[in-house]
Ligand binder design. Structure first.
Ligand SMILES: *Cc1c(COP(=O)(O)O)cnc(C)c1O
Length: 378
């Protein structure tokens, strides 16, 4: 009998296992696209947009080329430009702030809640009310970090009180709900990314925007097609080339059919991690009423580098999300941090480390990871 290799490399995210499950369906859907040859804005794109809208309870879904464009497009549709402030957590992937800076607007960095890592309402209020006088507050970009909805019940009244737009960057959180509602229930627009490693990922780049605003959706459809008007050769605004390929839409339709089942599996993995590790590290905290989707399972410990090394020695990847919050990165260092400061972000970045998380992580491998963490921290 073959002995199981206790140092066999563990994938951080196992796309091969997911493909093995869906292979016949995905292969057939790809073949269908190869047969009909409508590679751009084919029927699968419309079918996927309708299915996603139903899934998250949005009136409209506009797919696009990636999760970064999904942020740029609504900001552009709202006319966000030089002199405008967009409030965004620094504890996020760089794309959240990049979308703002690319439009020549100013990202103003906001601190996060120490337990959920999502935008801290008090820090948001301080940032808006203390906004530099040469900037006009326009948009709040919340981020549903690591797969957990932001605190929309508390954030939204602050956004409305100041007459701002709410854009939910749900690239990591699409599928997460708060009291049964998706972020679009609160936001003017919510976005996601279909980058392969995201919980609902395709086999390339892709993204989508969700909104209940039909006029915004029309503008987004124009913007993703070079600013097209009703006449294909009369462009009415400056836009982008930002469409989701038909092939990727076909793949996503297959993956969407098992998405809820995968979210349940991710939650079972998280429950076992939490039970096994709570005594040894700070396990992730989920806000009351939130159904998380665990895009990334992140713990805190005093010695993340030592833990990363110990896990790495036995083939377990444990990346650090995120050692350099955006306000500490070279390209973003000159943008303002909000009046609330960055104390929580700056503390969490030194302690956070993430463990493998995906729906196909078997119990034996979970136990191997839990035991390795415990041994390393003794
Ligand atoms: C991945 C990600 C994005 C960008 O998505 P892409 O599809 O890679 O462009 C934006 N925001 C957050 C929080 C992300 O994690």
């Amino acid at each position: 009998m073959e002995r199981p290799n206790k140092h066999a490399p563990v994938p951080f995210i196992d796309l091969a296992a997911q493909y093995a499950r869906l292979k016949s369906d995905i292969d057939a859907r790809i073949q269908t696209v190869l047969n009909h040859n409508r590679y751009i804005l084919g029927d699968e794109v419309k079918e996927l947009e309708a299915a996603l809208a139903t899934y998250c309870g949005a009136a409209e879904t506009v797919s696009c080329a990636n999760g970064t464009d999904a942020l740029i497009l609504p900001l552009k549709a709202w006319g966000v430009s030089a002199g405008d402030a967009v409030f965004v957590p620094s504890w996020s992937y760089c794309a959240s702030a990049e979308a703002i800076a690319l439009l020549r607007a100013t990202p103003v960095f906001v601190d996060v809640d120490p337990l959920t890592y999502n935008m801290d309402p008090a820090s948001l209020r301080a940032a808006i009310e203390g906004c530099p006088s040469d900037l006009t507050p326009k948009v709040v970009m919340s981020v549903d970090l690591f797969g957990q909805c932001a605190d929309y019940d508390t954030l939204t009244p602050i956004v409305r009180e100041h007459g701002l737009k709410l854009l939910a960057d749900s690239a990591q959180g699409f599928g997460s709900t708060l009291n049964g509602q998706h972020p679009i229930h609160w936001a003017d627009a919510a976005t996601t990314s279909f980058f392969p490693a995201k919980p609902l990922g395709c086999y390339g780049d892709g993204g989508a925007i969700f909104t209940d605003d039909a006029e915004l959706a029309d503008t987004l459809r124009s913007l993703r097609m070079h600013g097209s008007g009703t006449d294909k050769y009369d462009n009415v605004r400056i836009g982008l080339n930002s469409r989701l390929d038909t092939m990727q839409a076909a793949i996503l339709l297959s993956k969407l059919s098992v998405f809820e089942d995968e979210i349940a599996a991710r939650n079972r993995v998280a429950d076992r991690y939490n039970a096994g590790l709570a005594q040894y590290v700070q396990v992730p905290q989920v806000m009351d009423g939130v159904r998380p989707i665990w895009a990334i399972y992140t713990i805190e410990t005093d010695e993340p580098d030592a833990l990363q090394a110990a896990l790495g020695e036995v083939g377990i990847p444990a990346p650090r999300y995120y050692p350099k919050p955006i306000h500490r990165q070279t390209a973003y260092a000159d943008y303002p941090t909000g009046a609330g400061g960055m104390a929580v972000t700056d503390a969490a970045r030194l302690r956070a480390i993430s463990l493998p998380m995906h729906p196909y992580l078997d119990v034996a491998t979970q136990d191997r990871i839990i035991e390795t963490v415990k041994a390393a921290l003794h």
